[in-house]
Design a protein around this ligand. Structure first.
Ligand code: HEM
Length: 485
């Protein structure tokens, strides 16, 4: 610690006291306030700030030039300790792995986001958003409601069917065991995220034994489910191989079809270092998708619907574009090309993500002493990138609190010239692999909502909080009324 301390004395940050470091910054502030604590720190001490939490050194960086150096380099790809407690569910899948394992997995998985495959997912996005629209019909009474839980189930259905090729029907059967286990593990991991002591497995086991038991049960349900799907699909592929005639379609069975089994099939047919991936290898990748692929888009879609409800003029423009691109028959299935052409809606989603980034904070761990700008970051330092602070930097985004989708129009956008300031999907080799998938899913769902409903600005304002992803303490409330054409 002494060495790391000496190397970082020139980096501004709050006072340090022996043993506890700067933990007092949390004093008299609720854990829900953690977004503000990070914001206050990086505002008060500048673009590079150091904090000690006990023996843990955290350096927050919000300067685009410095971020570019960190995010683009293939050397700094190890995740910070912030993520460790997710391993119980996700294993060392793509999100958490590092080194050669991460490289080889990223290479295997990248082709599963090829546009040809995404094109085939559009039908799934469309079908699930139609069910979502039906589920919301009961709120046509003009009263406000929390849209978040509905969107969660729709996003879960989408990712399950696209990643595993399996229908869990979360929207129509929210009480199924898998869906309940996802909700349970999300609640528990959120608790462990918020209460920093619970991030330690030892402390969690000793002081929260009941919660630990619930966590272990939920994880076993989730893992057993994924393993069953892997086993079933493996057997199907084997029998198809031994009996070539059997390769003919097997549409819409529980296990799904080859055509839509992008991720799982690719993993089943891949090998690393000449050896096929084991069931555990495959499971951790599929589970990572299940987590990363639904919580993030749920947050973004819910906040986008909220922003649209509060800005009727933006909603009107987005709806007009939808009519021009898709037409006025709200039941017409949407195509990949339609979604590509919803340019203004894309700006709306981007602007919502700027104000409400699903992943507000990311982290890396330095594995060796690293010179970044004028600073030397010691080995073992955690680097934190406060995405939500960067996205509201008034120098990068004038009038940062203003919801202004036009700032993302091609002619106004500085995303091309300054790709390290607009980073809701991170940047560089370790950026979000699902970015294009996410944008298509979000456009499909949000456009479907606007085709069916006019969104009304009613209900309490959300109180954003970082709970794994960005959520709102009091839910995300809107109202709906039948869309008039
Ligand atoms: C609005 C939606 C989304 C946002 C804002 C988002 C954001 C991010 C961010 C910021 C990272 C970098 C994390 C880090 O460095 O710690 C990331 C990584 C990742 N995302 Fe997303 N994501 C979204 C949707 C998705 C979807 C739909 C999928 C999958 C279908 C997905 C899969 C992943 C995976 C597997 C990684 C790890 C990639 C790697 O480390 O190589 N994400 N995402």
């Amino acid at each position: 610690k002494k060495r790391r301390y000496d190397m970082t004395v020139n980096i501004p940050g709050p006072d340090i006291i022996p043993i506890f470091g700067s933990t007092f910054i949390f004093k008299e502030r609720s854990v829900e306030d953690s977004l503000n604590i990070v914001k206050d720190l990086t505002t008060k001490y500048g673009p590079v700030t150091r904090t000690w939490l006990g023996h843990k050194l955290i350096i927050a960086i919000r300067k685009p030039e410095l971020l570019e150096a960190i995010l683009t380099s293939p050397k700094y790809i190890t995740k910070g300790s912030l993520y460790d407690f997710l391993e119980i569910w996700l294993g060392r899948g793509l999100l958490l792995s590092t080194g050669s394992k991460w490289h080889s997995r990223r290479k295997i998985i990248t082709p599963t986001f090829h546009f040809k495959i995404l094109e085939e997912f559009v039908e799934i996005f469309d079908r699930q958003s139609k069910i979502l629209a039906q589920k919301l019909e009961k709120h046509l009474d003009g009263k406000e409601f929390n849209v978040y839980p509905y969107v969660t189930l729709a996003a879960l259905d989408v990712v399950c069917e696209t990643a595993m090729g399996t229908k869990i029907n979360a929207q129509t059967d929210p009480d199924c065991e898998y869906v309940k286990a996802v909700a349970e593990i999300t609640t528990i991991l959120t608790q462990r995220f918020v209460n920093i002591w619970y991030r330690s497995d030892l402390i969690f086991r000793i002081f929260a034994p009941k919660m630990k038991e619930r966590q272990d049960y939920a994880v076993s349900v989730l893992h057993n489910f994924t393993e069953r799907i892997i086993e079933e699909r493996k057997n199907t592929l084997l029998s198809e191989k031994t009996n070539k005639d059997a390769t003919t379609t097997q549409e819409d069975t529980d296990v799904g079809t080859k055509r839509k089994m992008a991720l799982l099939d690719v993993l089943l047919q891949s090998s690393a270092d000449g050896k096929p991936l084991t069931n555990t290898d495959i499971r951790e990748e599929v589970d990572t998708f299940m987590f990363e692929g639904h919580d993030t888009t749920t947050s973004a879609m819910s906040f986008t619907l909220y922003c649209l409800s509060r800005h009727p003029e933006v909603q009107k423009r987005a709806f007009q574009e939808i009519c021009e691109v898709i037409g006025t028959d709200k039941n017409k299935p949407v195509t990949y090309r339609d979604l590509q052409n919803l340019k203004y809606l894309e700006c709306v989603i981007k602007e919502s993500l700027r104000l409400y980034p699903s992943v507000p904070l990311i982290g890396r761990r330095m594995i060796e002493d690293t010179k970044i700008g004028d600073y030397i970051l010691p080995a073992d330092a955690n680097v934190s990138v406060p995405i939500f602070v960067i996205l509201k930097d008034p120098i990068l985004f004038p009038e940062p609190e203003k919801f202004n989708p036009d700032r993302h129009l091609l002619e106004n956008s500085d995303e091309k010239t300054n790709p390290y300031s607009y980073i809701p999907f991170s940047a560089g080799p370790r950026n979000c692999i699902g970015q294009k998938f996410a944008m298509l899913e979000m456009k499909s769902t949000v456009s479907k909502m606007l085709r069916h409903y006019e969104l009304l600005p009613i209900g309490p304002e959300p109180i954003p909080v970082i709970n794994l992803v960005l959520r709102s303490i009091n839910g995300i409330h809107i109202g709906i009324k039948q869309r008039q054409y």
